[in-house]
Write a protein that binds this ligand. Structure first.
Ligand code: FAD
Length: 311
């Protein structure tokens, strides 16, 4: 039961850091199909095509260019330039403001030069502003939380609509929600995807869920713009309830889900009149992203296992 699941999760997260496993997975015959389900493709054009399809279906989109192990300034600049190009193309295709972008500061140089990451993020925010849309800063593991929130507050001085992500599994998050629930503040609330120590994060699903609801209550009763990012039917139902209670229409909060996960539920919520935004990753560095998705839902391994076994 629970322990087997926790062990499997640790194993997958360990595999996500192994370059040997990465090679094995990348060359396995069915990998392409599995990756295709969760990732729009490698090229900017693939991202645009997926966005067009989703927008035509009545969904909003946030695009994430995959790439996490940025260790040189050149890589960080290349990531920045990819976003600048993407934003121009989105605007030219008439896909803004329906589509915005999600950015990982680590991909912009945060690990070795916070100022460089800030400068790059600022350039992306300016480009998004020119394109008539917004940027959300993804949240990564807990060692980066303070730095990311600091960069966010600097960016918001010039680009107040820059969005934050808060992770319900962190013990600090309720207090961060209070800080960020004021007018004009966009906050994506998710459970959290990294393996975190007990000192900073709740470990059991039940505790994480309870924290998610407390955080949701703070954000939905506040003055900001909550973005409820979850596939969990219980959290979604509570979100719908709070939207009614606090009288929040589709302009005043949104649901968010990942590309390829519960697409029928995304369509259902959009059909009910809610704003629903799909998070669409693209790019060739899909490995870490895919492994985090598998760790969350080992059931996907059955599907994925074929790729390894038949090698
Ligand atoms: P879980 O606890 O994983 O699942 C709960 C229930 O949801 C399951 O029991 C099942 O009923 C249903 N469910 C879940 N997955 C599936 C599926 N594949 N098929 C069918 N039913 C399913 N994490 C970060 O750390 N930083 C970020 O910046 C970040 N951004 C995100 C942006 C978006 C838009 C989303 C949706 C998630 C983001 N995450 C981020 C990931 C998030 O933290 C979780 O790891 C992830 O969403 C899984 O949690 P969950 O709330 O969906 O529920």
């Amino acid at each position: 039961g629970r322990y087997a699941r926790l062990m499997l999760r640790s194993l997958i997260l360990a595999a996500s850091r192994s370059s040997q496993v990465e090679r094995l997975v990348a060359t396995a015959p069915y990998t392409r199909d599995v990756v295709r389900r969760f990732v729009a493709g490698a090229a900017t054009d693939d991202a645009l095509r997926a966005t067009r399809g989703l927008v035509d279906d009545g969904l909003a989109v946030t695009l994430d260019h995959l790439g996490e192990d940025t260790v040189t300034p050149e890589q960080a600049i290349a990531t920045r330039d990819e976003y600048l190009k993407l934003l121009k193309l989105l605007a030219a295709a008439g896909l803004t403001p329906a589509a915005e972008v999600s950015v990982k500061l680590s991909a912009l140089g945060q690990m070795f030069d916070e100022q460089l990451a800030y400068d790059n993020a600022r350039a992306i925010c300016a480009a998004a502003d020119a394109a008539g849309t917004t940027v959300t800063l993804d949240m990564e593991d807990h060692t980066t939380t303070d730095s990311t929130l600091e960069v966010l507050s600097r960016l918001r001085k010039d680009f107040p609509s820059t969005g934050a992500v808060l992770q319900a599994y962190l013990r600090r998050t309720e207090s961060d929600c209070r800080e960020l629930s004021s007018a004009g503040s966009r906050v994506r609330l998710c459970k959290g995807a990294y393996k975190e120590p007990e000192s900073v994060a709740y470990q059991s699903a039940r505790e994480v869920d309870k924290s998610y609801v407390r955080c949701m209550n703070i954000l939905m009763s506040g003055d900001g713009y909550p973005m409820l990012a979850t596939h969990d039917p219980r959290m979604i139902a509570i979100g719908e309830d709070r939207a009614r209670w606090f009288d929040r229409g589709p302009e005043r909060f949104e649901f968010q889900m990942l590309y390829g996960i519960r697409p029928e539920e995304q369509a259902r919520l959009a059909g009910e009149g809610y704003t629903v935004r799909t998070y669409v990753p693209y790019g060739d560095e899909w490995y870490g992203y895919l492994m985090r998705r598998l760790a969350e839902r080992p059931a996907n391994l059955v599907f994925f296992g074929r790729a390894l076994i038949s090698k």
